[in-house]
Design a protein around this ligand. Structure first.
Ligand code: MV4
Length: 446
């Protein structure tokens, strides 16, 4: 096994990775920006290296500084976490050229899945269902109107280089198409450096259900069931749970098999997630693949007992998967609430000093965080300060456990989204499992 891993990230995910490394007997190197010197990941790692000033571009996205830190400390591998460089194929290539193992898939798999058109083309070949849409990029307005009429309205225009919901345009009529098409191209160019867009049939108020996959470098791929991430606000997930209230064993099997086939189609060899939309009639459609460990991975860990980060590290080292599909059993129900340093009504970031901090505990409660009393939340990065995860035998019990844990949680000195989560745990539609991607919009309007 690796002797030493550098973690090219910060916050709760850096700690999450350090914890598994410790249990595996692997030494850890933290990297940090000058704004993060008091961060817990720096204190908990065996060694730490400052890689630059606060702005991400100068620190957590600074490839030269990170590679230098790995060379300086003799780290054999780099774990990129999520965000930052985690889905950057060029970074994966540079690591490998420097003789450092990138703990993630190959640059080639990342490139195919990073381009949404090539991702669609790759999965269609292996029979994975996708929404009707264009097979290639659409380059002019007349062509856009023609294909949209063939697909049937409403349609959605998406950036080929996009993902995660950014830069999408929903179009309800042919008259509205030219304007939306031109705006989408301009935004795609500005946001992703590539103006190319494609067009798909728009699926109204879907569920967002994603399948966790595990793959090794020997061609073995399994899945760990689904997570329901329908509770989102402006494409930011707020609550995730496993299993989904819409999945039957049959649907899980069909989606799981599709996810495994999609992973095999790109020779995938790490942990990853296939995102699907599920419509009102329980039809499912592949959307995109996330080629990294995700924020919400703990809910899957709680219901399967599999340490996803451990399997990711083992796979990167070249070990064979230790589980077969039959070994994976879904037990009970898990829910995760993302706790952000934000105003819980306006959702504006609220950095500042935490004057008092107490995390909930007890049976079935897990807190993945990096903050503590007297820690100052810095304004330079994502506002996620903690993930509160609960596990119980049933969904009802998990909701009650989450409400109890939220009541115990004390974060004084800054505003957090804890009050918002308390409202959701008491919401009738949420309790009844009546959720889709428009849930928060409806809740905020109430
Ligand atoms: C869609 C869609 C409806 N129809 N595609 C948003 C995230 C990105 N992965 C894909 N997204 C969507 N794609 C078609 N053809 C609706 C969404 C969508 C959505 C998806 C999951 C969770 C929340 C969402 C909120 C708005 C739109």
């Amino acid at each position: 096994m690796f002797h030493k891993i550098l973690i090219a990230n910060r916050g709760e995910i850096a700690l999450r990775i350090i914890r598994t490394c410790k249990e595996m007997g692997i030494k850890t190197v933290a990297v940090y920006s000058s704004a993060d010197s008091e961060s817990l990941h720096v204190k908990l790692a065996d060694e730490s290296v400052c890689i630059g000033p606060a702005p991400s571009l100068s620190s957590y996205l600074n490839i030269n500084a990170i590679i230098s830190a790995a060379e300086l400390t003799d780290a054999e591998a780099i774990h990129p976490g999520y965000g930052f460089l985690s889905e950057n194929p060029r970074f994966a290539e540079i690591c490998e050229k420097c003789g450092i193992t990138f703990i993630g898939p190959t640059a080639e798999s990342m490139r195919i899945m990073g381009d949404k058109i090539s991702a669609r083309q790759a999965v269609i070949k292996v029979g994975v269902p996708i929404l009707p849409g264009t097979k290639e990029g659409v380059h002019d307005v007349n062509e856009a109107v023609k294909v949209a009429k063939e697909i049937g309205f409403p349609v959605i225009i998406k950036a080929t280089a996009g993902g995660g919901g950014r830069g999408m345009k929903i179009v309800h009529s042919p008259a509205a198409l030219p304007n939306a098409f031109m705006t989408a191209r301009t935004e795609a160019q500005t946001g992703f450096g590539n103006p190319e867009v494609y067009i798909e049939r728009y699926c109204e108020n879907p569920r967002h259900v994603e399948i966790q996959v595990l793959a090794d470098k020997h061609g073995n791929v399994i899945h760990l069931g689904e997570r329901d991430c329908s509770i989102q606000r402006r494409h930011q997930k707020v609550i995730e749970e496993a299993p989904s209230t819409v999945t039957t064993p049959e649907l899980r099997k069909a989606m799981g098999e599709a996810a495994v086939a999609a992973a095999k189609a790109v020779n995938y060899n790490s942990v990853g997630t296939m995102e699907f939309l599920v419509d009102k009639n329980n039809n499912f459609f592949f959307m995109e693949m996330n080629t990294r460990v995700q924020v919400e991975h703990p809910v899957t860990e709680m219901v399967t007992g599999v340490d996803i980060v451990k399997e990711q590290i083992r796979s990167a080292y070249g070990e064979k998967l230790r589980y077969t599909q039959d070994d994976i059993k879904i037990k009970g129900h898990a829910i995760e609430c993302r706790i952000n340093a934000e105003d819980s009504v306006k959702f504006t970031p609220c950095p500042g000093k935490i004057t008092d901090h107490h995390t909930p505990g007890g049976l079935g409660v897990r807190v993945d965080s990096f903050v503590y009393t007297n820690y100052s939340v810095v304004p330079h990065y994502d506002s996620l300060i903690a993930k509160l995860i609960v596990h119980a035998d049933t969904r009802d019990e998990a909701i009650k456990r989450m409400a109890r844990a939220l009541d115990e949680y004390i974060v004084d000195g800054i505003k957090t989204t804890i009050p918002f989560h308390k409202r959701i745990m008491a919401n009738k539609d949420f309790i009844e499992g009546n959720i889709d991607t428009s849930f928060i919009e409806r809740l905020v309007l109430e």
